[in-house]
Write a protein that binds this ligand. Structure first.
Ligand code: NAI
Ligand code: MG
Length: 357
């Protein structure tokens, strides 16, 4: 029996509610599988911790996390308690950068039993590979002067190494998917970074002759997400483009409350971090009404990353079956509570041995 050591950071707000629910589901599928188990170690880091300690996590926090196989995180942020730039850069972004989690993977697919806000969503199943370490989100820049003469500079940084790494990851994914990669560019407007991005893409794609490719400008691509999302397979995008596109991905699925994500250290030198797309939802926190599906599906991504695809498929089957039964939280038009959804998913697992991959 293999034991995975997982660091758990529930974080703030609804993170504290959806994480324990997802852990119950992951323990249940591990038990059904019988070849592995999880050992969860919880860390109380976040905005409450900041209120008493003046920091989001202890100084040796990163070293502590390095001793684990993976990190399972809820959400971070309580703007009334701690300004967002402090809470985000003090915990989440710090972990992403120091653990070299250079790839952010975010799927968007039409789930059975869940209505998309699109009129003709067809059967879309998209994976966005977002470059997670550089690009438009860099700490390079500055502000000089004040008032009418003020100047703000924000530099976007694109290295060949990181650009190529994200693209190769997308091509590898496409091999086991539908064999198509779309590159998100904007080389008509951005005259240095995106022509470079296009050039690297055209070099990398030569190593994958069996994969079809398309290059779309990001503005057109955003429109295609609404008009014909079923025409995409894997999309590779820079940090900013990927960030925006994946919120749209959550929206066309039906709710940000179901959208999952993984920050991957693809070299597997450090732990990767699995956290849903949504935040701490202070407006919902403490009421037991948050949708746990985003966190549970995020757990499925962790199972896949660990190579347990059958267990991952079980989780997905249980999520879709629960939606098809109409057991839905308020964000997707239902009246169920978080516990109702969790119980229905656990019940489905207990009564369905078979699994559809
Ligand atoms: P949010 O994602 O927390 O909430 C946006 C809206 O979606 C709210 O109306 C909320 O009620 C709803 N929502 C989100 N998750 C839901 C769920 N599971 N079930 C049902 N409804 C759900 O984004 P917001 O309000 O912009 O940010 C709140 C805090 O979270 C801020 O401090 C922000 O910085 C932080 N944040 C943290 C993230 C992370 O830890 N990865 C990501 C995004 C925001
Ligand atoms: Mg975002």
């Amino acid at each position: 029996m293999h034991t995975y050591k997982i660091a758990v950071i529930p974080g703030d707000g609804i993170g504290k509610e959806v994480v324990p629910a997802a852990i119950e589901v992951l323990d249940a599928v591990a038990k059904m599988d019988g070849t592995f188990q999880f050992e969860w170690t919880e860390f109380p880091w976040g905005c409450d911790y900041y209120s008493t300690h003046g920091e989001m996590m202890p100084k040796n926090g990163i070293d502590t996390l390095k001793q684990f196989d993976q990190i399972f995180l809820g959400a971070v942020g309580m703007p009334e308690l701690v300004p967002d730039h402090i809470s985000l850069w003090g915990l989440l972004i710090k972990i992403r950068r120091e653990m070299k989690q250079s790839i952010n993977v975010r799927p968007a697919k039409l789930l059975k039993g869940l209505e998309s806000p699109l009129k003709h969503p067809n059967n879309f199943d998209i994976t966005v590979v977002r470059e997670n370490s550089e690009g438009e989100y860099s700490e390079s820049g500055g502000r000089i002067h004040q008032g009418d003469d003020e100047i703000a500079l924000q530099n976007a940084i694109f290295t060949r190494k990181a650009t190529e790494r994200a693209m190769r990851y997308a091509f590898e994914l496409a091999k086991n998917s539908h064999g198509h990669v779309t590159s998100a560019t904007k080389s008509n407007g951005l005259t240095y970074s995106m022509p470079f991005w296009d050039e690297v893409f055209s070099v990398v794609k030569q190593d994958y002759p069996d994969i079809d490719t398309t290059v779309n400008h990001i503005d057109a691509l955003a429109a295609f997400f609404v008009m014909k999302p079923d025409t995409f397979d894997v999309i590779v995008a820079s940090n900013l483009f990927g960030d925006i596109l994946t919120d749209l991905g959550g929206a066309i699925m039906g709710s940000i409350g179901i959208a999952p994500a993984a920050n991957l250290n693809i070299e597997r030198e450090y732990p990767s971090m699995f956290e849903p797309v949504h935040g701490s939802a202070p407006d919902l926190a403490g009421q037991g009404l948050a949708n746990p599906i985003g966190q549970i599906w995020t757990g499925k991504m962790m199972l896949d990353f660990l190579g347990h695809h059958e267990a991952g498929a079980r989780v997905m089957n249980a999520i879709e079956a629960t939606l098809e039964r109409g057991i839905k939280t308020g964000d997707i038009g239902g009246t169920a509570t978080l516990v109702d959804v969790k119980v229905a998913i656990l019940q489905y697992l207990q009564t369905h041995e078979e699994v559809t991959l």
